[in-house]
Every structure is written in C-alpha cells, then in structure tokens.
Design a protein around this ligand. Structure first.
Ligand SMILES: NC(=O)c1ccc[n+]([C@@H]2O[C@H](COP(=O)([O-])OP(=O)(O)OC[C@H]3O[C@@H](n4cnc5c(N)ncnc54)[C@H](O)[C@@H]3O)[C@@H](O)[C@H]2O)c1
Length: 376
C-alpha cells in the first residue's frame, strides 16, 4: 500500500478498509475460504511508516521505502496506490510490469493518453485492476440508484449537483486540503479531482456523458502551504459544468472549494423526472412524486407561506450500508481471489480522466466539447 501516510491512504484505505476487513475476520469468499489482507506499507519516510505501523498494531518490519524491492517480492499479490496523483502512472506501470494486480485512487492519470496506456498495459499483462469509485457506494447514491432502477422518475429530465465547501487559504486558518491540490504541475485542480467522480456517477445512474461544457476558474489565486509559505494557486478551485447524457437528460454540476455550505450535505444531487423528483446527498435521499407535487404560483408581492421542503419524503435505508471504500475493496479482493466480475477498472477510470481533460479543454476554448466513446 503506497501513499498510506496521506489523507485518503491512511483514513479511508488503511484504517476504514483494510484494517476494518481484518477486524471483521477477512473477506469471506463463500466457499469456505477467507481472504486475509496483510498490508505492506510503502512510502518515502521510514520513520512515518514505522510510526503508522505501530499506531495500528502492524509489524514495522512490514514497511518499506523501496518500492522496487517490494514489487520484486513474489509473496505480494496486489499493489495499491493512494499517492499524489502526479506520482501514480509511473508506480502503476512498474507494478503492472512486475505482474501485480493493481488497485488505485482516482484519477488514474493526469491525462487520457496515460490513463488508456495503463488500461492497455494491464490488459496485456493479464493482471486484475481496479480504481476507486467510492461515490457509487454511498448510501444516498445507493438510494438514488434504487429509485432509478424502480422507474420512480419516469423520464429523467435533469440532474443538478452542488459539491463543495470552503477550503481555507492557509493564512488565518490552516487549509484542510494539501497544497498540491492548488498547483497544476502537481496534478492539482478541482476539475481533475471531481470530474472523474461525476463521470462514473452520471454514467452508472443516468447515462453516458455525450458532451461537456465547463468553466474552470481559480477564484483564490494566493494560498499558504503546509509550511505557512505563500504560493500562487495555478490550478482551478471551482468548475461549473453542463453535461448532455445518453437518453437526453441534462446534468449541471457545480464543484467548488470556494463556496460556503448552505445545504444539508457537502454534495447534493437533485434529479427531476416526469413522474417524480429526488434530492440525494451522501447519506440521505428525499423524494416527491408527481401526484403530491404542490402548484406554486409566482407572486413576489405575497410572502411565501408554503414550506416547500416539508413536502418531501425521506427514502428509508432498508439495508445496512458499509463504508463505501471498504465495500469496493471487498469487491476488488473477491475479483482478485475468486474471479468475480468487476467493472470499475482502469478502463472505466480512463473515461473519468477523459471527461476531466475535455472539461478543461472546453473551459480553455470557451465551447461545448463532444465526448467520444472510448475503445481500448
Ligand atoms: N476518492 C476520493 O474521494 C478522493 C478524495 C481525495 C483525494 N483522492 C485522491 O487520493 C490521492 C491522494 O490524495 P490525498 O488527499 O490523500 O493527498 P495527501 O497529500 O494527503 O497524500 C499523498 C500521499 O502521497 C505521498 N507522496 C508520494 N509522492 C509524493 C510527492 N512527490 N509529493 C507529495 N506527496 C507524495 C505522500 O507521502 C502521501 O502519503 C489523490 O490522487 C487524490 O486525487 C481521492
């Protein structure tokens, strides 16, 4: 596991996925066997790796600062990467060349050519591959998927998404995201960060993205890094996108690290269809059916007395929801060990990188851009 000292690598992948899987006794394959993940922590700083291993009751001997040596070890089956985005392609290429199955954070690469090359290399090498698509496993989006599959919406007309929160500049209060996110040369930028998520959410729930029109901007050009030093933000910190989907629905998604939250959740999607509508967040999902839709009449001279939000009905859980990252890890380990189907692979990840690349092109050229269907 490379990059486990980072935010995602540590909390979501090591603690809430791999260690949580060990705590529950491994992944039961249903045939009397169990997969037991034994993590080897890889990184650049030995002391940090030792401290991390000790903190979680792992053997500090099972850590390394030498990725090549770890990849040469035949007892290791899977390479996982949660490094900064700019370091991912080289490491994944090495792992694939060493015959390891690979699993990685998104985006798989900073450009489409690299993303497709990774997918092709993995296919030729015959290794199994997966890329994190955690939003699909969130309770709010599972409920939304349930509504889509049941036909609740009728014909889906539009999807409106608001994602974001205020990321502090780092002068008066420390920033809550690493500074590389704001430097283009380090693989930063909110378009590259969020469009890969939006691609699989839109594709899996509503239809493939056919075109993108985006405006990517850097609203806050000066920030302060982890050492308190000022730097110029060279990457976009907000992107406003419109997407045409197969089937005719239109999605409008705002992604911003420069917005103050006045919503119930850090991300919310409103889906409007001919038969009903829904508003889904990370966990919750509320619906309104056609037959119980109020009939507002525009009259700015009269105070609003109708509490519109109270008309909506909460969708029940009806099931337990595990951590999304852990749920996807379990499916990947089953895929590796029991050959079960798995679609969230390097090829799917390349579609996300493609959408980010075309979104940035749309913003740079000031026009709507078609999204061609990818072939390997
Ligand atoms: N799935 C999600 O929802 C989600 C959310 C946030 C980030 N991510 C992805 O996870 C990856 C890591 O993001 P993060 O927020 O955990 O970042 P982070 O800065 O907290 O962690 C980065 C990790 O990479 C290592 N690293 C390797 N080479 C480095 C280099 N040259 N410079 C700096 N660090 C280096 C660091 O030591 C650290 O372990 C990114 O690719 C990002 O796109 C995914």
């Amino acid at each position: 596991m490379n990059g486990v000292t980072g935010r995602m690598g540590h909390r979501q992948h090591l603690v809430r996925s791999i260690l949580a899987i060990r705590e529950q006794g491994g992944v039961d394959l249903g045939d009397g066997t169990t997969v037991w993940p034994e993590p080897v922590l890889v990184g650049r700083r030995e002391a940090a790796l030792h401290a991390l291993a000790r903190e979680h009751g792992l053997d500090p001997g099972n850590t390394s600062t030498d990725l090549d040596a770890v990849l040469a070890d035949d007892s290791i089956d899977v390479y996982f990467d949660a490094q900064v985005t700019s370091a991912r392609v080289d490491a994944l290429k090495k792992a694939i060349a060493a015959g390891k199955h690979v699993y990685a954070e998104k985006p798989s690469a900073t450009g489409l050519d690299d993303a497709l090359e990774l997918a092709r290399l993995a296919r030729v090498a015959g290794v199994k591959h997966g890329v994190v698509q955690d939003k699909l496993f969130l309770p709010g989006l599972r409920k939304l998927a349930r509504l889509v599959e049941s036909g609740f919406f009728g014909r889906i007309l539009s999807v409106r998404g608001e994602f974001g929160y205020w990321v502090f500049e780092g002068d008066q209060q420390q920033a809550q995201r690493p500074s590389w996110n704001y430097r283009a040369r380090d693989g930063g930028g909110i378009t590259l960060d969020m469009f890969p998520h939006w691609e699989y959410v839109l594709h899996e729930l509503f239809g493939r993205v056919r075109s993108v029109q985006a405006l990517a901007v850097t609203h806050v050009p000066r920030r302060w890094d982890e050492q308190g030093e000022p730097y110029t933000a060279t990457a976009d910190d907000a992107v406003y996108g419109i997407f045409e989907l197969d089937g005719g629905a239109v999605a409008q998604l705002n992604s911003s690290w420069t917005v103050r939250v006045n919503r119930d959740e850090l991300v919310e999607f409103q889906v409007d269809g001919t038969e009903g509508s829904a508003v889904a967040g990370l966990r919750g999902c509320r619906v309104q059916h056609r037959a119980v839709t109020p009939k507002p009449v525009w009259d700015p001279d009269v105070p609003v007395t109708h509490a519109f939000r109270e008309d909506w009905q909460e969708v029940p859980d009806n099931a337990g929801f595990d951590n999304g990252f852990k749920a996807q890890w379990e499916l990947f380990l089953r895929h590796v060990c029991a050959d079960t189907p798995y679609t969230w692979d390097l090829f799917a990840a390349a579609r996300g990188v493609q959408l980010a690349e075309l979104g940035l092109r749309s913003a740079a050229e000031g026009r709507r851009v078609q999204v061609p269907e990818l072939t390997l």
